[in-house]
Design a protein. Structure first.
Length: 654
C-alpha cells in the first residue's frame, strides 16, 4: 500500500513544558538526555551495553552485544546469563524487603498488601509447586487468570524456573484459549474458579474446561486459584487447587539462570490470516526495555506508587505491571474490576486511597470517564498525582486537555507513549522532566530508538507534516525475536518492505516542524477519499473536539464515486438520539469537521451510540465497525467485547 500522499489535515500547536518543580527533581534532566542521545548516536552497541550493565543484574556477564548475523532474527547479549524474577524481586530484598511491592484492590473493596519479602516467598513456593508438577525450563505454561496478584505471581514463578509463560486475557473465549494453548504446545494451564467484573462473576474455569474439552492434548495439569469460591467441577488427576499445590512447598526457590535470549513469554495478537501470532520475547532484552522505560519515561522513584490500569493479558500489563516497575523496585497497584463500579469515581477514589503518584491508562478509558462529567474526579483528592500517562492508541487533544486540567490539575506532565506488543516497551514518548508536550503527540523517540517516517522507497520524509510509514531503523533489545514457530511469518509481517532494512510498525505517522511524531492511524485504516489519503485518527480527533462529543471512531465505506466515503460513529456527552440518528446534529458535526480540517474530511454518515465496541482492555474493534458500516452480517468472534449489546445500537436496531 502506498504511503506517499497520506495527508495530515489536523494541526495542533499548543505546547506544555514540564513544570519547574518536576523538572528539578526528575531522574533525567536536559543535560543527561542530550548525553544519552549522543552516546546512542555515536556508539550504538556501546550505549546498549552500558544500559544493560547499569539496569540489570547478570549471573554471567555478556561480551556480545548485538548479533546481526541472522538478520532480521537479531539477538542481544547472547553469551550472558540472567534471571528475570531475580531482577524483579531478589535483588531488592537487601533494602526493600518490607516495602510494598503490590497493593491490590478487588472490585468488591477487598484489599491486600504484598511486600517484596512476601512476594519472594509466594513466587518461590509457587515456582516449587510448578516444578513438583513436572514443569521445567523451556516448558510452556498458559495463564488464564483474573487481574489479581496471583496472575503476577504465576508469571514471576514461571520466569524463576525458566518456563515460558503465555498469558491469555481472561475475557477471551474458550476457542481463543484453546487455539493459544495448542499453538504454544503448553503443558500446564493456570486459571481460577472465576473473577469479579462489573458486579458479576467471570466464569474462567468453565471457559477453561470448554477449551480443554475441545482438544488440548499437550496439557497435563491444571492449577486453579480459588478467587470467587463458587462451585466448579474439578477433574481428578488433572486439576488441583492453587492452595493445595503450594501447601507443602518451600518458600525459597533458587532462580534458574538462563541465556539472555531464552524466551521469557509468548503473547498472542490477532493475525490478519485469522491464526493468532505468538509474539516471542527474550529474557534480558525485554527486561532491559521494561526497566529502562519505567525509570526514564515514568520517572519512577523509591516512594512512588505506580498504577497502570492494564490487564496482564496485554503487553502493557506485562511491561508496566508484572515486570518493569518491579525491576526498578517500585510499588504497583492492581485492580480487579471495572472502572465504573460502584460508580464512575472508582479510579479517582483508588488514587486518593492508595496515594497513587503515577497513573497510566488508555485514551478510551479517559474519554469514557470524561463523558460522565467532572463531578466524579472533583469529589476526590488527586493531589498525590505527579505524572500521568496514556497508552494503546493516540489520544485526541480534547481528551488530553481534560486529563491535564481535571485529573492532573495542570501540574502533572502527560507521557503519551507509542509502542506495540512487538516492541515490548515504550519507543516514542516524552522524557517528562525535559520534553515539552503537545496534546496528541507522542513527541520524540527515546535514546537508542532510531525511529523515522519514510516514503515508499524507504527515504526519510523531511517535509514537515507529510505522512508516511513509521519505521524503526535499527534493531533494539526489547523487540520481539520471532513469531513462535514461524520465522518466515515474522519476516513477512515486520520486514516486508525496504529490503528488510527497517522494522515496519504498520502505523502511518508524520513529524512536525519540531521533529515531534504524530501517529495518524494504522496503515490499513487510511481512507482514500476522492484521491486523498486521510488518516482516521485526525478525523476522529476533530469530531471529539466538539463540545457535544465524548468519543468518535471513523471507518471507510466503499463509494462508487469517491472510492471511499467516511462513516463516523459518535458517542455524545449527553443522551443518544432516538434510533441513533439526528439529521440536524449530523449537519452541525459535518460542518464542524469541515471547519477544523476541510470539506474533504466531512463524514458522509454519522451514527450515534452510547458506546463503541471495545474489548475490556479498551481497544475499539474497528473491524466490527467496518462490517456494520457496509451493512454486512457480523460473523466474526465478538466474545471479547466488554458489552455485546452495543452492537444492536450500532446497527440501528435499538
Amino acid at each position: 500500500m502506498s504511503s506517499n500522499n497520506i495527508e495530515s489535515v489536523l494541526i495542533e500547536n499548543r505546547q506544555f513544558p514540564p513544570n519547574d518543580e518536576f523538572a528539578k527533581n526528575a531522574r533525567i534532566n536536559a543535560e543527561k538526555l542530550a548525553a544519552l542521545h549522543h552516546h546512542a548516536e555515536t556508539d550504538y552497541t556501546g550505549f546498549w551495553a552500558q544500559q544493560a550493565n547499569e539496569m540489570l543484574d547478570w549471573h554471567k556477564p555478556f561480551s556480545n552485544v548485538l548479533d546481526e548475523s541472522n538478520a532480521p532474527l537479531y539477538s542481544w547479549f547472547n553469551d550472558g546469563e540472567i534471571n528475570v524474577s531475580y531482577n524483579c524481586i531478589d535483588r531488592h530484598l537487601a533494602d526493600k524487603a518490607d516495602k510494598n511491592a503490590i497493593i491490590f484492590e478487588g472490585e468488591q473493596g477487598d484489599t491486600s498488601f504484598i511486600t517484596y519479602k512476601d512476594l519472594h516467598q509466594r513466587v518461590s513456593s509457587f515456582a516449587n509447586a510448578l516444578k513438583a508438577k513436572g514443569i521445567k525450563s523451556g516448558d510452556r505454561v498458559v495463564i488464564y487468570m483474573p487481574m489479581t496478584p496471583e496472575a503476577v505471581i504465576a508469571m514471576q514463578a514461571c520466569a524463576r524456573i525458566g518456563a515460558i509463560h503465555s498469558v491469555v486475557f481472561g475475557g477471551f473465549s474458550a476457542d481463543s484459549l484453546r487455539d493459544r494453548i495448542n499453538d504454544a504446545g503448553a503443558k500446564m494451564l493456570i486459571t481460577a474458579d472465576g473473577g469479579q467484573r462489573g458486579g458479576k462473576i467471570v466464569e474462567l474455569k468453565s471457559a477453561a474446561d470448554k477449551a480443554l474439552a475441545g482438544g488440548c492434548p499437550s496439557i497435563e495439569n491444571v492449577i486453579v486459584y480459588q478467587r470467587t469460591q463458587h462451585d466448579i467441577p474439578m477433574q481428578a488427576g488433572r486439576d488441583s487447587w492453587w492452595h493445595d499445590a503450594v501447601a507443602n512447598q518451600s518458600d525459597d526457590c533458587e532462580p534458574e539462570w538462563v541465556n539472555a535470549e531464552h524466551p521469557l513469554f509468548l503473547l498472542y495478537t490477532s493475525g490478519s490470516t485469522g491464526k493468532p501470532k505468538g509474539i516471542q520475547h527474550s529474557s534480558a532484552g525485554y527486561l532491559l526495555g521494561a526497566a529502562m522505560t519505567n525509570s526514564w519515561v515514568f520517572d519512577l522513584k523509591d516512594d512512588d506508587v505506580f498504577w497502570c490500569t492494564a490487564d496482564v493479558g496485554w503487553i502493557t500489563g506485562h511491561t508496566y505491571v508484572a515486570y518493569g516497575p518491579l525491576a526498578v523496585g517500585s510499588t504497583i497497584v492492581i485492580y480487579e474490576g471495572a472502572p465504573t463500579v460502584p460508580d464512575a469515581g472508582r479510579f479517582w477514589k483508588m488514587i486518593e486511597d492508595h496515594k497513587v503518584t503515577v497513573f497510566y491508562t488508555a485514551p478510551t478509558a479517559i474519554r469514557a470517564l470524561m463523558k460522565l462529567g467532572d463531578s466524579y474526579p472533583n469529589a476526590y483528592d488527586l493531589s498525590s498525582l505527579r505524572l500521568l500517562g496514556t497508552v494503546g492508541e493516540p489520544i485526541n487533544p480534547e481528551a488530553w486537555i481534560w486529563y491535564h486540567k481535571v485529573i492532573g490539575k495542570e501540574k502533572c506532565p502527560i507521557v503519551d507513549t507509542w509502542w506495540q506488543t512487538e516492541t515490548g516497551s515504550n519507543m516514542i514518548a516524552p522524557i517528562p522532566g525535559v520534553i515539552a508536550t503537545k496534546p496528541g503527540s507522542c513527541t520524540k523517540a527515546l535514546p537508542g530508538i532510531i525511529a523515522d517516517v519514510v516514503d515508499d522507497d524507504g527515504n526519510s520524509i523531511t517535509e514537515a507534516n507529510r505522512g508516511g510509514y513509521l519505521v524503526i531503523r535499527k534493531p533494539f533489545p526489547s523487540m520481539l525475536r520471532t513469531i513462535w514457530g514461524d520465522d518466515q511469518r515474522y519476516k513477512d509481517t515486520y520486514y516486508p518492505k525496504f529490503d528488510g532494512r527497517f522494522y515496519l510498525a504498520g502505523d502511518s505517522a508524520r513529524k512536525d516542524a519540531d521533529g515531534y511524531f504524530w501517529i495518524m492511524g494504522r496503515i490499513d485504516d487510511v481512507l482514500n477519499v476522492s484521491g486523498h489519503r486521510l488518516g482516521t485518527m485526525e478525523i476522529e480527533s476533530a469530531l471529539a473536539a466538539h463540545e457535544l462529543v465524548a468519543e468518535a471512531a471513523v471507518v471507510g465505506k466503499p463509494h462508487e464515486v469517491k472510492g471511499e466515503s467516511i462513516f463516523a460513529y459518535v458517542v455524545l456527552k449527553g443522551e443518544r438520539p432516538a434510533g441513533g440518528v439526528d439529521e440536524e446534529l449530523t449537519k452541525t458535526l459535518r460542518n464542524w469537521v469541515g471547519e477544523q480540517i476541510g470539506a474533504i474530511a466531512k463524514p458522509d454518515e454519522i451514527r450515534y451510540s452510547d458506546n463503541l465496541p471495545k474489548t475490556r482492555s479498551g481497544k475499539i474493534m474497528r473491524r466490527l465497525l467496518r462490517t456494520i458500516a457496509n451493512g454486512e452480517e457480523i460473523t466474526s468472534d465478538t466474545s471479547t467485547l466488554e458489552n455485546e449489546s452495543i452492537l444492536d445500537q450500532l446497527q440501528g436496531k435499538a
